[in-house]
Ligand binder design. Sequence first.
Ligand SMILES: [Zn+2]
Length: 177
Amino acid sequence: MPDSQPAPARHDKRSSRPPAALRDRGSVTTRRRRSDPLLNRVLVASTSIGRGVFARRRLSAGLVVGEICGRVLDSHPEDAQYCMELGSGRILEPAAPFRFLNHSCDPNCELFYWEDDPGQEDRLWLQTICPIDAGQELLIDYCWPADAAIPCRCGAVNCRGWVVDPEELHLVSKAAQ
Ligand SMILES: [Zn+2]
């Protein structure tokens, strides 16, 4: 993620049901213990554009990698480059490791919250879309609003050319002409 990005990451993919892996676990604490499987799943390493989140081992499709923990704010802080919107409209400033998730127009992960559970809408989770090999970078689609879009160099075959919500791409294209 470039250092100058001013806008929040927006998530557009939602799952209305908890993934099967979590459904039976009951309440999930946000406190991290040494045995937290998250620490066995990902690591933060440097990329050509700063830091990124990488798979420590092979991750299967549909796996809940972990909860995005961090500070919940009522409005965007001055430096909002890492922020994510929560279901309630409040803002999450994520802590490591997910603070360092980078963007791709062809992501292998997505953020979600559970729409059918009001208590869960201020919690955000990361899950894989497809299998990810050990050493591969975990990437999400930031889906930024058009007024915050910046040129994208993610290198995906289907790169939109802008880090922007696909539904607002036409707004950016117009402005750039
Ligand atoms: Zn792109």
